[in-house]
Write a protein that binds this ligand. Sequence first.
Ligand code: AMP
Ligand code: MG
Length: 321
Amino acid sequence: MPNISKTADAARLEEAAAIILSGGLVAMPTETVYGLAADATNDVATAKIFEAKGRPQFNPLIIHVSGKEMAARYAEFSSVADALADAFWPGALTLVLPRRADSGLSHLVSAGLDTIAIRAPAHPIARRLIDALDRPLAAPSANRSGAISPTSAADVAQSLGGNIDFIIDGGPCEIGLESTIVKIEEGEVLLLRPGGVPREDIELVIDAPLQKLSDKKIQAPGMMKSHYAPNVSVYLDVLSPPSDHAFLDFAKSNLDHRHRLDLSPDGILLEAAANLFASLRSLDQICTDNDLDGISVAPIPHDGLGEAINDRLRRAAAPRD
Ligand code: AMP
Ligand code: MG
């Protein structure tokens, strides 16, 4: 098992930074989910990320930086990109921008594309690690590819334990959903993945509707239909869950079900987002322990963070290959 550090004091962060500098993998807390971090300028280190996660190499990684100034070393910023970074960084918004020819980034991180996905995380531990290294960190979620994303250090250890060098335990993730990803192309902003920053907040800043992927027929690499998948099957928009299912409820829609967890009894989407992945993990375990056939999920509203929650649930419920 890797070394799990419960504290993020200076000595432990130095240890983590030294591991990354020497090409190793460190799981770090961010405000979205736990990330599996490696030096994004090191080919061997980034290759280890793909190996540890079992992630296909055509699926590019997000680069984590301290802010716009550092990001500008690696990506070309347009005025729209500037405005979005000013409004949402540090935070849960990833920008897909043209990659600078002199970026020095490993080509593995962008899967050979001429664009990169980049964000400045808000979590103080992730920020301190980036600052200590003054290097960009490639950091996808710290779980096996296709499985449920980790929102605690224990989730990381369970999913990837043997494959990584060091885990920094920063407690549960505040947002609990991955970042929102937008691509900026010819001044237009396309939503590639809903996430921790709601669409409505972005539209306020750009003063225009976010374009949907399907409107533009652009392919977002690596957006697998089946993802975030528990072991058992998942069924959506269920009002009356069968007795041989576990039930993921929202706003107390069905209090009588035996094996039930509520994402947010008061119907608060922010709380539901933070609880989503941990609840799926718990219900998966409850299904195993009680020999249940699946997880039924109550309808979740689509506005605000609901768009991202429903996106993750659709992928959790998608047919597996
Ligand atoms: P994650 O797995 O959370 O690290 O998110 C990575 C996702 O970002 C990938 O699966 C892609 O969908 C998206 N992404 C990363 N780089 C690019 C890029 N250059 N162009 C478009 N999408 C990207
Ligand atoms: Mg992931």
